[in-house]
Design a protein around this ligand. Structure first.
Ligand code: ADP
Ligand code: ADP
Length: 231
């Protein structure tokens, strides 16, 4: 069974009298362990698709199955549970709390996920070590570079042992060196068998994935395996 299965997914926004169909029949399957980039120009529907895949919003029509669950059928509370258990989010703006140390930031979602305290600390340390920040546990975000801050965010995503990592423009705020750093980390996670969905409008970033899905005007216009892996 695929991790992600979207069938004829449609999303219509209504603003007063005006309706706009942002997703116009998306069919998409992602299998466990795949590293997929979703690419498209501004306004093509990437954010809308990200919100759907991340269970932050629901489809107008069509179906979405995530990790074997029919997302369409879920209550708000169950959606929150699926988000917390199944998805490790990585955002462009990191979304780290500036007053908390790296390990406290990584621990936070597990507090909401009701993981016991000792286990939270252990998992946070393991995740930070995994992303190469085992020596920065007690540093606050302001004491870390942009690339390191995004690594903390990736550690936070990993600590919950999610079904998939969902990254929205994860390098959009980074310089070239930090971008290379974070993309290198994604390569490693892919090699370790993680399922990664990366949303980006940058071709060089998308080409680091193993499959690129192009979206335009709310439709998939191409879906290709990447043959040559960029160095
Ligand atoms: P992208 O992330 O690729 O820039 P979006 O998913 O943000 O695209 O937007 C796709 C289209 O849907 C755009 O035309 C946008 O203006 C429209 N749209 C997005 N969100 C809303 C909303 N909440 N209400 C109305 N229209 C929206
Ligand atoms: P991104 O930079 O990720 O593509 P956008 O700038 O397209 O994001 O959208 C930012 C937020 O504004 C999203 O939550 C989106 O749903 C909302 N939005 C985008 N277009 C519209 C619109 N035409 N009307 C209302 N909300 C919109």
């Amino acid at each position: 069974e695929p991790v992600i299965e979207l069938v004829d997914a449609r999303k219509t926004y209504r603003t007063g009298e005006i309706e706009f169909e942002a997703l116009r029949g998306i069919d998409l399957q992602v299998t466990e362990g795949e590293y997929v980039a979703i690419m498209g120009p501004s306004g093509s529907g990437k954010s809308t698709l990200m919100n759907i895949l991340g269970c932050l919003d629901v489809l107008t029509t069509g179906s979405y199955r995530l990790g074997g669950e029919d997302v369409e059928q879920l209550s708000e509370a169950d959606l929150a549970r699926v988000r917390n258990r199944q998805i490790g989010f990585v955002f462009q703006q990191f979304h780290l709390l500036p007053t908390l140390s790296a390990w406290r930031n990584v621990e936070l979602p597990m507090v909401y996920g009701q993981v016991a305290k000792a286990e939270r600390r252990e998992r946070a340390e393991a995740a930070l070590t995994r992303v190469g920040l085992g020596d920065r546990l007690d540093n606050r975000p302001g004491e870390l570079s942009g690339g390191q801050q995004q690594r903390v965010a990736v550690a936070r995503a990993l600590a919950g042992e999610p079904t998939m990592i969902l990254a929205d423009e994860p390098t959009g705020n980074l310089d070239s060196a930090s971008t290379a750093d974070v993309l290198g980390l994604f390569d490693e996670l892919h090699e370790a068998g993680r399922t990664i969905v990366l949303i980006t409008h940058e071709l060089e970033v998308a080409q680091r994935a193993r499959r690129i899905v192009f979206v335009r005007d709310g439709r998939i216009t191409s879906d290709e395996q990447v043959r040559e892996v960029a160095a």
